[in-house]
Design a protein around this ligand. Structure first.
Ligand SMILES: NC(=O)c1ccc[n+]([C@@H]2O[C@H](COP(=O)([O-])OP(=O)(O)OC[C@H]3O[C@@H](n4cnc5c(N)ncnc54)[C@H](OP(=O)(O)O)[C@@H]3O)[C@@H](O)[C@H]2O)c1
Length: 404
């Protein structure tokens, strides 16, 4: 591979693809040349002359002059097909497709071994925040115990709008108008986007392939004003947090955070990532987790990694199913059903209001997996170090309870 002039096939010219194109123009980046751009829609108006584009991915995948495919499309299966063919045709791949990487990480590792070509995907985890490069290089010899954070800016934007008093619908609409949320916002508000990013980060952290289905995931779609009110009255905020802790089930769920927690001050669409390691303690990275230029910057970082021959070390690559029997978490759980109290191993407080049962207490993560989803309207973890347990745990008894 010639390090002065890397020939690139760019597949996708949407937010990310065009952002990358514009970034390297703006920087007058000298080390690569985009030979061809592949897009899908024949009728779309483009900001560049049509001679720059092709609609046939094979025209770059089969081009022997191209060293590197940069892929930024939305179709996961097509993205994996492109990755496979590119590697087998002797090209490296940089991808932004988090869902594809999360679903196919094991195959991606095998394909790199098979072909000797490399895949980099920093853009897939929290945009411009260098999560994977840090885990891969800086912290490689430090034992990381946990990775945690707000990995989805759209959800965080919505949550901060709720604190301002906007309704969920209005906050979501604002996110859509700002170009943050898709027309179908499920990926952001149901926690899938966060789940895919956590799968990738956790796999790199632990050196084991974490499967998406082994993550316990809850979103913010069903958050009601009474949940917000509960949180505000306590002086807390609600944040959608991803957490993978060595030995525990990885979690994506809303968390009630108190003032002494980092996420409390995280406003708008920012992301943050917390790394907890044996030698370095807690480390924080905060910034833009999505958008044209932040994501393009992550791709450019990968191009530089490739030029320096810095590739991912996958520690052992073994697959894992985390099923820690004893793992318990403390939660606020609002349920339309009374038949839920017995899942709690300890109840700190219980209440009935406006047709819902609210329980604060301790629950086994594996029991939570066992509750039918329709019995949970909204669930959030309780803050660390709060007084509520001591104040109220003596009054409340675990078990099924009746309306007050
Ligand atoms: N947006 C972000 O901030 C962000 C951040 C991190 C990661 N990502 C990931 O990056 C990827 C791209 O996201 P995006 O926001 O840039 O999407 P986007 O704005 O919808 O753009 C997608 C681009 O891919 C092209 N495309 C779709 N299917 C194709 C196919 N089968 N063959 C060739 N081209 C195809 C589209 O072509 P047309 O132009 O012809 O429609 C379009 O140019 C996704 O996997 C996303 O999850 C996005």
């Amino acid at each position: 591979m010639n390090s002065i002039s890397l020939k690139v096939g760019l597949i996708g010219f949407g937010t990310v693809g065009e952002g990358f194109y514009r970034l390297i123009q703006r920087l007058d980046y000298p080390h690569l040349q985009i030979k061809k751009i592949i897009v899908n829609d024949h009728n779309k108006e483009r900001s560049l002359p049509s001679s720059n584009f092709s609609f046939n991915t094979d025209s770059v995948l089969n081009d022997p002059e191209i060293d590197l495919i940069i892929e930024a499309i939305t179709d996961t299966n097509q993205a994996f097909h492109i990755l496979k063919k590119a590697l087998r045709n002797g090209k490296h791949v940089i991808t932004a497709s988090k869902k594809m990487v999360a679903l196919y990480l094991s195959e991606i590792i095998d394909l790199q071994k098979e072909t000797g070509q490399k895949v980099l995907y920093e853009a897939a985890v929290c945009g411009a925040i260098p999560v994977l490069q840090n885990l891969n290089n800086y912290f490689f010899y430090d034992k990381i115990k946990a990775v945690k954070g707000v990995f989805n800016g759209t959800a965080n934007f919505i949550l901060t709008q709720l604190e301002e008093g906007f309704s969920f619908e209005k906050a979501l609409h604002q996110a859509q108008q700002k170009g943050l949320a898709e027309a179908d916002p499920s990926s952001d508000i149901d926690g899938f986007d966060t789940q895919y990013k956590l799968v990738i980060a956790a796999s790199h952290l632990f050196g084991e392939i974490v499967k998406p289905e082994s993550v316990l995931r809850f979103g913010i779609r069903q958050l009601l004003p009474q949940d917000q009110l509960f949180s505000t009255k306590k002086g807390w905020k609600i944040r959608l947090i991803a957490e993978a802790r060595f030995g525990d089930v990885p979690l994506v769920m809303p968390v009630l955070v108190s003032q002494n927690e980092y996420a409390y001050n995280l406003q708008g669409e920012d992301n943050f990532v917390e790394l907890e390691s044996e030698s370095s303690g807690l480390q924080y990275l905060q910034g833009k987790g999505a958008g044209a230029f932040p994501t393009a910057q992550a791709i450019l970082g990968d191009v530089e990694q490739l030029r320096m021959k810095e590739f991912y070390h996958y520690k052992n690559g073994a697959s894992t199913e985390r099923q820690k029997e004893a793992q318990k978490i403390e939660v606020y759980l609002r349920s339309p059903s009374s038949d839920i109290g017995h899942f709690f191993s300890e109840v700190y407080h219980r209440d009935y209001e406006s047709g819902y049962y609210v329980t604060l207490g301790k629950i086994k993560v594996l029991d939570l997996k066992g509750i039918e989803p329709e019995k949970i309207a909204f669930i959030a973890r309780l803050p660390k170090h709060d007084q509520i347990r001591n104040k109220e745990s003596n009054e409340a008894q675990p078990g099924v309870f009746s309306p007050a």
